[in-house]
Design a protein around this ligand. Structure first.
Ligand SMILES: NC(=O)c1ccc[n+]([C@@H]2O[C@H](COP(=O)([O-])OP(=O)(O)OC[C@H]3O[C@@H](n4cnc5c(N)ncnc54)[C@H](OP(=O)(O)O)[C@@H]3O)[C@@H](O)[C@H]2O)c1
Length: 347
């Protein structure tokens, strides 16, 4: 049976409800229960790991028999597994739901399959309603699920001759105000922001996302990587979020830890040693290089060893966008996949 107008409206509402939930280890999901006549009976959304899923949250607002013959409109396929909560597919079946309309298939190997379970119990199921909009709501979560770790952006600012700092180590500021404002906007889009201990000790960055002096509404969690101790009076210790300190160089373990905490996107702000380690390990999904029209010369290169010994091993990139920012230029790029047609014929 095709999706009707009331169900379409309910999906718009469910997507709105989904966005109320916190970004984290679990996806943001919304649900609306409709009577057979298309009247809204209840609404729900997922409020974070360990709390009821959206459908169950909505059902909990109804009397036991009220959902009989009703339609559940959900932004993600009802789950089919028992985690900290029971399978939503079973909760819907037991409540007597007659029809389920959902937007996106659950990509989880364990949690997927809810639609099949519903159908096997005689529930009428429609999928794909407003899938694109639903995808946008949980884009970060879906990417982190696919990668099995947070999505990583590696950012640096460099002189035209590829230096990240002057010979004395000073690097504030290579780029102009427009480029720095752009960095702050992008920081505010990330769940976490990482630097190495070298940068903490050299620059004492606050790792906040700001508009001028004002803090932007969303602040990334600050992450410091390396063995050396961050001083007690370091600016990062005054960040609105408690910083995470990783006394290891094992990036794989760090990403796994951040993923388990619900971090979906990580913004790596350097310095050159840490940025190079992420690139060498193949963990850089996106690169932001802010290039300033200035020459610094000297030894402080924007990148150090990224595991390229010969041109045949060069890390080829695809440029997604060149963005002029005042007198500077931002290159947004991603690594070329082996199968990427643009790689063919690279000389
Ligand atoms: N232009 C820019 O965009 C930019 C950005 C940031 C910094 N900088 C400049 O960069 C300079 C600092 O450079 P840096 O390279 O020392 O900074 P860094 O990359 O922030 O720190 C390097 C340190 O991080 C630790 N570390 C953590 N994970 C590592 C790994 N997987 N492999 C190797 N080391 C790891 C090591 O210290 P431990 O011994 O403590 O483990 C290492 O010495 C300063 O002059 C700063 O101003 C420039």
């Amino acid at each position: 049976m095709a999706v009707n107008a009331a169900e379409r409206d309910a999906m718009v509402r469910a997507l709105h409800l989904a966005a109320r939930g916190p970004r984290g280890a679990n996806p943001q999901v919304g649900a609306v229960i409709l009577s057979p006549e298309g009247r809204v009976l209840a609404e729900g959304w997922h409020q974070g790991a360990g709390t009821p899923h959206a459908e169950v949250d909505a059902l909990s607002k109804l009397d036991p028999l009220e959902a009989r013959g009703a339609t559940a409109v959900v932004t993600l396929e009802p789950c089919n597994h028992t985690g900290r909560t029971g399978p939503c597919a079973v909760a819907l079946i037991e409540a007597g739901i007659a029809r389920v309309v959902y937007a996106l298939d659950d990509p989880g190997a364990v949690s997927g399959g809810g639609a099949d379970r519903l159908r096997a119990s005689g529930v009428d199921v429609e999928s794909g309603e407003q899938a694109e909009a639903a995808h946008a709501v949980i884009d970060g979560w879906l990417t982190a699920q696919r990668l099995g770790r947070p999505h990583v952006t590696v950012k640096w600012a460099q002189s035209l001759d590829g230096r990240a700092a002057a010979d004395d180590g000073s690097s504030m500021w290579i780029t102009g105000p427009e480029a720095r404002a752009d960095v702050h906007r992008r920081r505010a889009e990330a769940d976490a922001i990482a630097v190495g201990t070298g940068t903490v000790l050299a620059d004492d960055p606050s790792l906040t996302a700001r508009d001028g002096d004002a803090l932007l509404p969303h602040q990334p969690i600050p992450v410091v990587i390396g063995a050396r101790v961050t001083p007690d009076d370091a600016a990062v210790r005054r960040h609105p979020h408690t910083p995470l300190f990783f006394d290891t160089h094992d990036l794989h373990a760090i990403l796994a830890d951040l993923h388990s905490r619900g971090v979906q996107s990580l913004f790596v702000e350097g310095g050159p040693t840490l940025a190079s380690a992420f690139l060498a390990a193949g963990f850089a999904d996106r690169i932001l290089a802010y290039v300033a029209p200035v020459l610094l010369g000297g030894r402080r290169l924007a990148l150090t060893d990224i595991g390229v010994g010969s041109l045949t091993e060069a890390r080829r990139l695809t440029i997604d966008e060149w963005v002029p920012l005042g007198g500077d230029l931002l290159a947004i790029a991603h690594p070329v996949e082996e199968t990427d047609p643009q790689h063919e014929g690279a000389a």
